[in-house]
Design a protein around this ligand. Sequence first.
Ligand SMILES: Cc1ncc(COP(=O)(O)O)c(C=O)c1O
Length: 504
Amino acid sequence: MIDQSGVRVRDEIEIAFVADEAATIPVFAQLARTVVNEILRGRLAPGQRLPSSRRLAAQWAVHRNTVLSALDELAAEGWVETRAGAGCWVSTTLPERPPPRGGARGGASAPGFAAEPGFAMGEPLWQALATMPPSRPGAYFMAGGQPDLRLLPREMLSRAWRRAVRDAGSKVLSYGDPRGALRLRRAVASWCAARRDLAVGAREVMITRGSQGALDLLSRAFLRPGEHVAVEALGYGPAWVSLRAAGATLWPVAVDDQGLDVEALEALARKRTLRAVYVTPHHQYPTMVTLSASRRLRLLDLARRHGLLVIEDDYDHEFHHEGRAVMPLASADAHGHVVYVGTFSKIVAPGLRVGFVVAPEPVIARLAQWRRAVDRQGDLTVETALAELLEEGALQAHARRMQKVYGQRRTALRDALGAHLAGVVEAHPTAGGMALWAEVSPKYDVERWSAASAEAGVIFATARRFAFDQRPRPFVRLGFAPLDPGELVACVKTMKRCLNEARV
Ligand SMILES: Cc1ncc(COP(=O)(O)O)c(C=O)c1O
């Protein structure tokens, strides 16, 4: 191959690109995404030089300035490095071989499903989930925030389900409203008004397939490829997958002992046109910190000034062990910037796949349009059964019972850590939730400890699983909700036995 200056260029990489004229994102952003895809596929390796901007402009049949804008974008996102006069190459700080899409065991290969923190299907955590409850005697699952399904009043649930089929028969078994069963939307609206300080009616509620269904719909309905979204730097990977699948570029924002660093978010919003921010203000996932009041106000103010959509994921609202639950951001949002996402996964069961969105009516209408195209509607029988249990107050009573049980389990786990792992693990104070976030002494390698414990039958998650940058940190998340005090002590003793394999 001969370039325009007549110099032979050896092994120059060809990057195929055809501009999508109908796309809503500009050509330079499409070019940047094309290069990112080649890096993710492993066709472009760290340190590999890209052809000159002139050659790229010729290859791609675009103006050279368009190429330069694409390279600027890639450099700003950290995918490439450039030096004046020396050209442009794939950033040397990227991992050498990108993990195969869909995780170590293959799996989905659609865009957005490259191995994500918290989402690598080959991990012991997901293998354990596939065989929940652990089939091996003495094997325990402490990762994630599972409720204790052994304590779910199943008879109550099946009675309500039977009544829904019997009494509402053809109504619940037919096509219905993509926003969900009206009866449940009404019940959720009054529950939110009573317990979450959200003065809403059924028209501002949509029932979804769990919070994940809500996050997926919100991403599809409100994000366009190339738009920028801020997320917590330690956070909930499955939400990032949904946001990325809609084409968003994610920007991690630090979290500390007051939750999301809103000042850092403000600095980011000055540099980038942010479309949205995804947050877990009640119990920051995974650190369990409650977003401080002053930061809540600053976040709402920032959302108003920058026209940001705030996606508030309030996944465990009921479980506050000290005092009252902090009210959602959405309850203080006077300007309609916050979309509130809740779930029945923690207070009832994740397998039901029922969650909800509370938002202004036009937002709900747009979500409903998308819902029609995705899976049309939810399971109206389950929704009707849950509506009945909420109307009777049975679910609220179950939540109160579980809150007491989980409060005792939190104390049991803290005590067990104090008795058996003092000096190794220090649990951070939390106001509630279903898990503890704990710092591990630098004398131990958390990754090796977690692997050895998983081998011995106790599955817990390390900070790396939640980290946007996927780097290890000396923290672990220990879910206590699904295990009784005796089981928690057994877990901690097993973890202690595995320490030898983690000594640095
Ligand atoms: C941060 C966060 N959001 C949402 C959920 C619940 O997801 P879903 O309602 O889809 O079951 C979880 C469950 O682990 C979670 O940790």
